[in-house]
Design a protein around this ligand. Structure first.
Ligand code: DAH
Length: 337
């Protein structure tokens, strides 16, 4: 038998087969006990003495070649099989799309607001959520008898020295001003805590962004200009602003700031309570006593400060009517933003 012809036949047969069963059949046909190789070997004794060694060698090398090709084919078949059948998968099917995660809406809004202020030269500073009574109240000129100090308005967590969960981000003013000399322009986002019963508009934990700027000759008009850039950046160029006189212990004069209602454009609707205006933040000129408390020369320096609730801004901007949605982390809600 022509060994070369056998090899050529084998090579074409192995190339065309597609399954492990077929390959096993081929292996038995060539390498099996009654296979072609065995048949060739059995012919050796009947050959003339002079041809035996040469023929035997060629049979052996054919056997090695066939064995190697079968092993290689086995590896290839089991690889493909792993993909096409192994886990019940079909390589012809479209892949499973990887869902991308996203930032929580509150993180997005905080980032957006901080970005607007950073473009105006403000730096982001964060303070701790556990604060001293001094930073949260006393340093900010909040008198001892002020109702916000009561246990039903503040979470106290330690008696001596007195520690609490900050009830606003204003204590970052005290920390930052004690650490740095003017001029400074700082924006301070973070969590705050108040023992409020949870409902559609109250949460025991929420987010605020504090902003403040101190230098020589800072005026109320600087505050107005900065807040106007902020409001237009978040709510659009057409938004109008108004300042209503108010009182905060840490600012003088103080104001509450409204924007024209983004739902009815100022005409009056249910969202703005027919007023046409929505309150978005508190602000004012930093009280000289606060500047004095941090060791600033209040005759030389002046500054403004403001504080806003992030959830409120996000609810207004995106038409969300329940603050609890931010914290339930229902993906059907979160995925919309
Ligand atoms: N800390 C105030 C609050 O939580 C908000 C605030 C009002 C902050 C006026 C300020 C400000 O910096 O000037 O209600």
């Amino acid at each position: 038998m022509d060994i070369e012809a056998i090899q050529i036949t084998f090579e074409s047969e192995i190339q065309n087969l597609k399954s492990a069963e077929e390959l096993e059949g081929l292996r038995i046909k060539y390498l099996g006990r009654k296979g072609i190789i065995a048949h060739l070997t059995s012919q050796i004794p009947s050959l003339p003495q002079s041809e035996r060694a040469g023929f035997g060698k060629r049979v052996n090398s054919l056997k090695d070649k066939i064995t190697a090709l079968i092993e290689e084919k086995q590896r290839n078949l089991s690889l493909n099989q792993g993909i096409s059948q192994g886990a019940g998968a079909d390589i012809g099917m479209p892949g499973i799309a990887q869902e991308l995660g996203r930032l929580h809406l509150l993180t997005q809004v905080i980032d957006e607001i901080c970005d607007i202020f950073q473009r105006m030269g403000f730096s982001v500073v964060v303070g701790p959520e556990i604060e001293t009574e001094y930073n949260n109240f006393t340093g900010l000129n909040i008198p001892l008898e002020h109702p916000s100090r009561e246990a039903f308005d503040t979470f106290y967590i330690q008696d001596y020295p007195k520690l609490l969960l900050r009830s606003h981000t204003s204590p970052v003013q005290i920390r930052a001003m004690k650490a740095q000399k003017p001029p400074l322009a700082i924006i301070a986002p973070g969590r705050v805590y108040r023992p409020d019963a949870v409902d559609a508009s109250h949460s025991f934990m929420f987010h605020q962004i504090e902003g403040f700027m101190v230098d020589q000759d800072i005026k109320f008009s600087d505050l107005k200009g900065v807040l106007e850039v902020f409001a237009k950046g978040v709510f659009g160029e057409d938004i109008k602003m108004r300042f209503r006189p108010h009182f905060f212990p840490f600012t003088e004069p103080s104001a509450e700031v409204d924007i024209s209602c983004i739902i009815c454009n100022g005409k009056g609707c249910s969202v703005c309570g027919r007023k046409g205006w929505l309150e978005i933040l508190g602000a004012g000129m930093i009280h000289p006593k606060v500047l004095k408390n941090v060791g600033y020369d209040f005759k030389k320096y002046s500054g403004f400060a403001f504080g806003m609730g992030v959830e409120r801004i996000a609810m207004l901007k995106y038409g969300i009517n329940d603050i609890r949605l931010f914290f339930e982390n229902d993906l059907r809600f979160l995925k919309q933003f």
